[in-house]
Design a protein around this ligand. Structure first.
Ligand SMILES: [Zn+2]
Length: 484
């Protein structure tokens, strides 16, 4: 059974809108045809798999500011030069680094058990020998915030807000990361010795998901930990038993030898200079750092691989009118005592006002390597000639226009987007992303090469359309709502 082709109706609607479109210059038929050729060639790409294999194998985990991140940046710069990028440079910035050391969690009492735990990034260490205390459970951050001051003195605050529900768009992640970010400071305010949470993930494996906690007033006041899903369920069942039977609350001993140190991180920047308007720049972002537990394959060597491969595919055809700039940002994963935006902030501060005004478009790949299913464009561009050309070129590889306009792009390009650079997002299927994200299981074998090639094809086609044109996204204003 056939259904009416959604693209056909989109094109019909587009044909009507075409008569009144003014802001966008039309994509030339030649540019669209080339996008289709580049898209199909990129489906057979092997640059992305080569880069992601090499960077995860040679360097393993690449924590922000670590010698491994620095070495991976130097190697990536040489790699980019060797495949033909120009103006390859490394932009350094100072960073407060964090090293995990050893961490552990144990249930005390008549039936001692060990639990699988990971310290949250930038947590302070426990005293030697650890901290011990009775566990007090909360099911939301708000409940912890509502506890009376001093009520957790000598105790361990535990937040179990439940497992992350797997979603194609990953939308459950943000609310749970508030707990990770603000939890330790809230627990400290109530007098707690330490903070523990169910780790933010959708899997049920004994692999805790780490991630940064937040500095509040320039400091992380407590040791903070993420329990793996099964261990959080175990602790919560023990809490249920003690509540039901009126017995003593479970007691935990937590240890961490985490260390904070002064270091530096860096962005790796590489250009494919534009043929006729090289001063106009399109930035393709991803990040080179990773968490320490896995090898950072899906988060985010894959993003570097996809953006490098897309620019390289275009390079093989010949430079487009505008410059394509690939940036492997440093230190995306960690919060800082004085937040200066890490790699994205360092890049923004390096630009003159004129250079910033010439940044015409940007997007970021930082959601694994699974397939792209939707294109989000700036609100004013959603009904433009550009959007119609992109829809036509992306439809055959399964990418539809997103109903939602794109506004943020991601953490690395966030600073330039906030400074006014128009942003797109190629939305990737995140259904299994949070099974692996920030765990020891984020390794190369989790990447599906066919899905990653579909990403490269989508990026190649879209970036070609934007780069080989004079479309001005800044000039596109949102259409007035219908009926007014
Ligand atoms: Zn990431």
């Amino acid at each position: 059974m056939r259904r009416s082709h959604p693209l056909a109706s989109a094109l019909l609607a587009g044909a009507c809108a075409l008569a009144v479109a003014t802001a966008a210059s039309a994509q030339s038929a030649e540019t669209v045809r080339t996008a289709e050729v580049l898209r199909d060639a990129a489906l057979r790409d092997n640059v992305a798999l080569d880069y992601v294999t090499q960077v995860t194998t040679r360097f393993g985990a690449r924590p922000a500011g670590s010698p491994a991140e620095q070495a991976a940046a130097a190697w990536s710069a040489e790699y980019l030069k060797s495949i033909g990028f120009q103006n390859v440079r490394i932009q350094e910035f100072p960073l407060v680094g964090w090293e995990r050391g050893e961490d552990s969690a144990a249930l005390l009492g008549h039936n001692p058990q060990s639990l699988v735990v990971a310290a949250l990034g930038h947590s302070i260490p426990t005293p030697a020998g650890g901290v011990e205390g009775e566990v007090v459970r909360f099911t939301t951050l708000e409940a912890l915030q509502a506890a009376p001051d001093g009520s957790l003195r000598g105790k361990i605050a535990y937040v179990d807000a439940g497992q992350l529900i797997p979603m194609q768009d990953g939308s459950g992640y943000g609310p749970l990361t508030r707990i990770r970010g603000a939890g330790p400071a809230e627990a400290a305010r109530k007098g707690a010795l330490a903070f523990v949470m169910r780790s933010v993930g959708s899997d049920m494996h004994r692999m805790p998901h780490t991630g940064t906690t937040r500095y509040v007033d320039g400091k992380v006041p407590l040791p903070g930990f993420a329990l793996s899903g099964p261990d959080a369920s175990q602790l919560s069942r023990l809490m249920d038993i003690s509540e039901r039977e009126g017995g003593p609350a479970p007691r935990l001993r937590l240890t961490s030898t985490a260390r904070i140190y002064e270091t530096r991180s860096q962005n790796v920047i590489a250009d494919l200079p534009g043929r006729t308007r090289p001063q106009e720049v399109i930035v393709l972002g991803s990040h080179l750092d990773s968490w320490d537990l896995g090898t950072g394959a899906i988060d985010d060597a894959a993003g570097g691989a996809i953006t490098i491969a897309a620019a390289k595919a275009i390079m093989q055809h010949g430079a487009p009118a505008r410059t394509i700039r690939v940036i492997l940002f440093g230190a995306e994963e960690v919060d800082q005592p004085n937040n200066t935006g890490n790699g994205g902030g360092a890049y923004l501060r390096s630009l003159s006002a004129e250079e910033l005004a010439n940044h015409v478009f940007t997007g970021e790949s930082d959601f694994g390597a699974d397939r792209v299913y939707a294109l989000g464009l700036p609100v004013g561009a959603q009904r433009s000639d550009f959007a119609r050309a992109a829809a036509r070129v992306l439809y055959p590889i399964g990418v539809l226009p997103s109903a939602d306009p794109e506004t943020s792009g991601g953490a690395d390009i966030g600073p330039i987007v906030q400074a006014g650079v128009p942003v797109f997002r190629l939305n990737q299927d995140g259904t299994r992303y949070f099974d692996l994200h920030h765990t020891a299981d984020d390794t190369l074998d989790k990447i599906d090469p066919a899905q990653m090639s579909q990403n490269v094809a989508a990026w190649t086609a879209l970036i070609w359309l934007a780069a080989d044109s004079d479309v001005d996204f800044r000039a596109m204003r949102p259409a007035a709502p219908a009926g007014r």
